[in-house]
Ligand binder design. Sequence first.
Ligand code: NDP
Length: 280
Amino acid sequence: PSLPRFAVVGNPIAHSRSPAIHQEFGRQLGIALSYETLLAPVEGFAATVAAFFGEGGSGLNITLPFKEEACSLASADLSDRARLAGAVNTLWMQEGRLHGCNTDGVGLLDDIQRLGVSIAGKRVLLVGAGGAAKGVVYPLLQAQCAALRIVNRNAARAHELHAHAAGLLPQFAQRLSAGGLDEGQGQWDIVINATSSSLSSQAPSLPGVAYASGALAYDMVYAAQPTAFMQQAKAAGAQYAADGLGMLVAQAAASFFIWHGRAPDINPVLAMLRRQLDAA
Ligand code: NDP
């Protein structure tokens, strides 16, 4: 019999680590599966998804630039996380219907917990207002952070995300605020960089941002060396600085759980990826 088939769809996609991560999870738990990369043409995402499930595929991860489109495709059966994020990174079929969830946010939370930091009662500064930032707002509020301020280079996008979240989650509206990059003044317990700035070795300029005692700086970007944002945060007094490799593995583990009903151990897979990154 052929193996249950999984894949990650994106454009570009060749460098995705998802196949290695999911195959390693399967090995760990004794679950046989195939997991490949699928390059979808920019205008051909829906057709790629339809063909994959039409041929009996079991589950898809979605990455740039298709997360929003995946959300529309599965709009009839979305998890709360996906609805609030307006983006989907996990698709599967259930009773003939396409379902979507977003596991990026829980991936970040799981990783922050793994680092020994709790979110409840903490003041959180979220830098960025793109797809990655959208995915983490709901899980951060649900985890009972005391305050969440969203700042972005394009301030209008931060205000839009603020309005979207406050509209959908009125019970948390008091804790939310937004502004431009120069409006992050204050003392923060957790500062999350959800911008892609570290990819170009830059850190967002954050005047007036101070790190409280025991504070964590978290960069969603991952690299062999500490990122520009991690270096900036350390110099500004952050006690801990982490990159996003753990988030990547943890979001994959949450997708794996949706598809297989089993929770893999993140640590050995994270250690494997870290070794590969260091050796590259
Ligand atoms: P988007 O393209 O949707 O958003 C990019 C964001 O970065 C915007 O807020 C943009 O601001 C900001 N930005 C880009 N360059 C700069 C700069 N030089 N200075 C300040 N702000 C800048 O991307 P995503 O939200 O999808 O992804 C963001 C990053 O997070 C990516 O690098 C991605 O690799 C990473 N990521 C990591 C994950 C993980 O598992 N570790 C999961 C998901 C994402 P503006 O609106 O002003 O343009």
